[in-house]
Design a protein around this ligand. Structure first.
Ligand code: FAD
Length: 484
């Protein structure tokens, strides 16, 4: 990079902050000059990652943890020097329950991502009828699908394991991650490993068993990653954001909150012939910022709006819908709850008539979240096809959740305090053909506006580690572009 270049990152969620962090590291290692600016419309950085610390409770409004084996999050924590702050789930809270006909059933052992891998616990579970179990085991002999075209996650699981396992086990576990409808989610974009398992092993069950055996060979993984499937930080996930922000500030990265971007355009020819930055970032107030490269780390709808006057294909991004969800956090005195809370919580298949779609017994699953003698429970409401509840008043949401908790767990106590966290249009639903759509739009964008990149939860994975990976990838691309 010859002279100082201006890189503007729009969106101060985990994707945008990770992009800024890795850009800064790349520039530092190569001794190049750069000017990195992060623009965030709200008054705080971190996007969906928000922790409330109150009366000794550590409460997450958005994500509460990340998958440990998706290493970008662990690696970022290490680079920030905070890997010592990482905590795993409580080993005593291994059980997860699934609601079936109004009763809790323990999720059969050996179930991985909803796929049975041990015959005996699956054969004895009351969740699935004998015919449903036989149908699922037919996966072992059914031929693989030959054509490589994308299909929905629901169609795939139905085809391999049958309707019962799909509806009663796999759907509530897997679609919960997306608050989605499995019949509308792209297999290749959500669980590509399932497709690969079918291709390599013919059977999903045999493929999952083989993949678990391989995952058992863990010598090279850090201990904490081996010990817990999910990780968080003892002071909450916001620890990651706080340290990222501190690192960026220390390195003079410009972090502007309350700065909404209205559009992104080509700068146009320079009247005086002086070479200038190729792009302009126009802020809500009309001010414009020049940029040599731009990373759009935003929901796809926001990107489509920003580029609408410059990049005709942006409207293709509108095909990626977002679902609205909410969650309710309730805290109690332990003695006021009769339930044993002997697990991590429960998930609810669509057929059950409850408002709650899933419930985490947070203080059982995560030791750091509540002081001694107190309990935290987090209930989720809203999913694809059933989103209205997420927009109701607090009182309505609380009343429905409390009714469910009383019916299902016998909880009648009044919470010490509660919080309703609404997340409108927050969960991207990757449609069938999502990967091809993203590739097409990105290719066109790179021809139209070389040096502008689109990343984040709406594109290449919704999990926190996926977002960090994408932010890092965009940083590498932007950096390489500016070297040209
Ligand atoms: P965001 O966090 O949405 O950040 C985008 C930022 O862009 C926002 O701060 C927004 O204000 C800003 N912005 C938007 N428009 C503009 C504009 N015009 N100008 C400037 N700024 C703008 N993942 C996990 O791994 N584990 C979990 O347990 C988990 N649980 C979740 C629970 C909930 C309730 C939700 C909603 C998500 C959960 N996720 C979880 C997913 C994960 O939290 C998100 O996918 C991830 O945080 C998204 O990061 P991002 O940076 O891509 O987007």
């Amino acid at each position: 990079m010859g002279d100082s270049k201006k890189i503007v990152i729009i969106g101060g969620g985990i994707t945008g902050l990770s992009a800024a962090f890795y850009l800064d590291k790349l520039a530092e290692v190569s001794g190049t000059k750069h000017q990195i600016t992060v623009l965030e419309q709200s008054d705080q950085l971190g996007g969906k990652i928000q922790t409330i610390r109150k009366d000794g409770f550590v409460i997450e409004k958005g994500p509460d943890s990340f998958l440990s084996r998706k290493l970008p999050a662990y690696e970022l924590a290490k680079e920030l020097g905070i890997e010592g702050e990482l905590v795993g789930t409580n080993p005593a809270a291994k059980k997860t329950y699934i609601l079936h006909k109004g009763r809790f059933h323990r999720m059969p052992q050996g179930l991985n991502l909803g796929i049975p891998t041990e015959i005996s616990p699956f054969a004895t579970t009351g969740l699935i009828s004998p015919a449903g179990k036989l149908r699922a085991l037919m996966d072992i002999v059914l031929p693989k699908k030959q054509e490589d075209k994308d299909e929905s996650l629901g169609h795939f699981l139905h085809r391999r394991l049958g309707k019962e396992v799909l509806e009663r086990v796999a759907e509530p576990l897997l679609a919960g991650i997306y608050a989605g409808d499995t019949y509308k989610l792209s297999l290749k974009a959500t669980f590509p490993q399932f497709r690969q398992m079918e291709q390599r092993h013919r059977s999903l069950i045999l493929g999952m068993k083989a993949s678990m055996a391989k995952a058992g060979q863990t010598e090279n993984l850090p201990d904490i990653v081996k010990q817990s499937r999910f990780l968080s930080f003892r002071n909450g996930l916001q620890t990651l954001v706080d340290h990222l922000v501190a690192d960026l500030q220390k390195n003079d990265i410009q972090l502007l909150t309350k700065t909404k971007v209205q559009s992104v355009t080509h700068a146009g020819p320079s009247p005086d012939g002086v070479k200038k930055s190729p792009f302009q970032v126009i802020l809500d107030g009309g001010e414009s910022i020049p940029a040599d490269s731009i990373i759009l780390a935003l929901p796809t709808k926001a990107i489509s709006n920003l580029l609408s006057s410059t990049f005709p294909m942006a409207e293709e991004l509108e095909k990626i819908q977002y679902v609205s969800v909410a969650n309710v956090i309730m805290t109690f005195n332990r003695e006021d709850i009769q339930h044993s809370l002997d697990g991590s919580g429960f998930v609810v298949p669509r057929k059950e008539k409850t408002s709650i779609t899933a419930c985490t017994w947070t203080s059982s699953k995560w030791g750091h979240t509540a002081p001694d003698g107190k309990v935290v429970i987090r209930c989720y409401v809203g999913r694809s096809g059933d989103e209205e509840i997420a927009a109701e008043d607090d009182d309505v949401i609380i009343a429905r959740v409390q009714k469910d908790l009383e019916n299902l767990m016998g909880i009648k106590a009044t919470p010490l305090f509660y919080a309703v966290n609404r997340w409108p249009n927050s969960m991207p639903q990757y449609p069938v053909g999502h990967l091809e759509l993203v590739e097409k739009v990105r290719k066109e964008l790179s021809a139209y506006m070389p040096g502008v990149y689109m990343v984040g939860a709406g594109f290449g994975g919704v999990g926190v580690p996926d977002c960090i990976r994408q932010g890092k990838g965009a940083a590498q691309q932007a950096y390489a572009h500016l070297l040209k």
